[in-house]
Design a protein around this ligand. Structure first.
Ligand code: FUB
Length: 323
């Protein structure tokens, strides 16, 4: 009997769609902070709907997943018009990008960059919610304002085992890392801790800790160039001194400028992952074009604690439910 090709196609279609849902990118957008709250994965990127919006976003969305494969969109979780102080710098236009999030005592603290960087300095704000899906309410004032060569961008909060919350920020043309302790309310800065800016640092600092080793990872290079990449340094403390360990994620032929990443762990299996954005571009040189999008891949730590290089791919993570 002659096979009915169209019937075979439709029978195979659900399998194709399932495979497609396993693929990177997991969602559109740059600067993804992916983490775990209450048995679910949550992702917070710079909200991106088109090539222009990725630099001039006016709100934030959140993405949740029970298994790292199927993602649900939530939001907007915060809109630019709900940030009361945003026009206080007198700049004609404003936009939002590069968020970071943390949780304490059942409240969720959402940090975000506010532009422009010129003519007024960039600022970082913080908003609070009772749920990782928002609605987030801005604290009413900037947490940090840039100036004197320092760009207040790319916030990251790391809560250490002793309960101290550290706030990391800075980058781009200033290419300077600064670290503060946050006050216990997590919406105000405490003392600044003098840290060295690690080698090859440009921006997008991220801190995580495993068995007493503190991993400071960060973006290096031009944010829209193929040399954009993720590097890291280690320390016995969350504030250095840093031992530079090199690059762990670089462009390949079709995933350009991978960077501004986060690390997170499946608490059931102990498997670590990296979330990062890339440009789906084949241009050998910048400036890169297209829409930055978020990929997730498993990460392997060697026996000596170093991180095995991550090779960008389109496979995406296998289903990883949290039990
Ligand atoms: O998304 C805007 C900027 O691009 C971020 O501040 C940088 O980290 C880079 O990802």
């Amino acid at each position: 009997m002659k096979p009915n090709l169209s019937r075979i196609f439709f029978l195979l279609l659900p399998a194709c769609l399932t495979t497609a849902s396993l693929a990177n990118p997991v969602f559109l957008g740059a600067d993804p902070h992916v983490t775990v709250f209450d048995g679910k994965y949550w992702g917070y990127p710079t909200h991106t709907t088109d090539a222009k919006a990725q630099f001039h976003a006016f709100d934030f969305m959140a993405y949740s997943s029970k298994d790292l494969v199927h993602w649900e969109e939530h939001g907007p979780i915060l809109k630019i018009e709900d940030i009361s102080w945003i026009k206080d710098d007198g700049a004609p236009d404003h936009w939002l990008w590069a968020p970071g999030i943390t949780e304490k005592d059942g409240k969720y603290y959402f940090y975000y960059s506010v532009g422009p960087q010129n003519p007024a300095p960039s600022r970082i704000g913080v908003a609070v919610a009772d749920s990782p899906a928002g609605q987030f309410k801005d604290s009413g004032k900037p947490l940090l304002t840039g100036g004197n060569g320092f760009e207040a961008i790319d916030p990251m909060v790391f809560q250490d085992k002793d309960g101290t919350a550290y706030f990391y920020a800075g980058g781009s043309s200033g290419a300077k890392l600064r670290v503060w302790k946050l006050k216990p309310n997590l919406i105000e800065l405490g003392e600044e801790i003098k840290v060295d800016t690690p080698p090859e640092f440009t921006e997008g600092a991220f801190m995580h800790e495993i068995d007493g080793t503190y991993y400071l990872s960060y973006s290096h290079g031009g944010w829209n160039l193929p040399n954009y990449s993720v590097h890291y340094a280690i320390s016995k403390s969350p504030t250095g001194p840093w031992e530079y360990k090199g690059a762990i994620l670089n462009s390949d032929g079709t995933h350009k400028g991978p960077g501004h990443h986060s690390f997170f762990k499946n608490p059931s299996t102990g498997q670590w992952y990296i979330a990062y954005h890339y440009w789906p571009s084949t241009k050998p040189e910048g400036p890169l074009e297209g829409i930055r999008q978020t990929a997730i891949q498993p990460v392997t730590f060697e026996k000596d604690g170093t991180i095995k290089k991550v090779i960008p791919n389109d496979e995406g993570p296998a289903a990883a439910p949290i039990r």
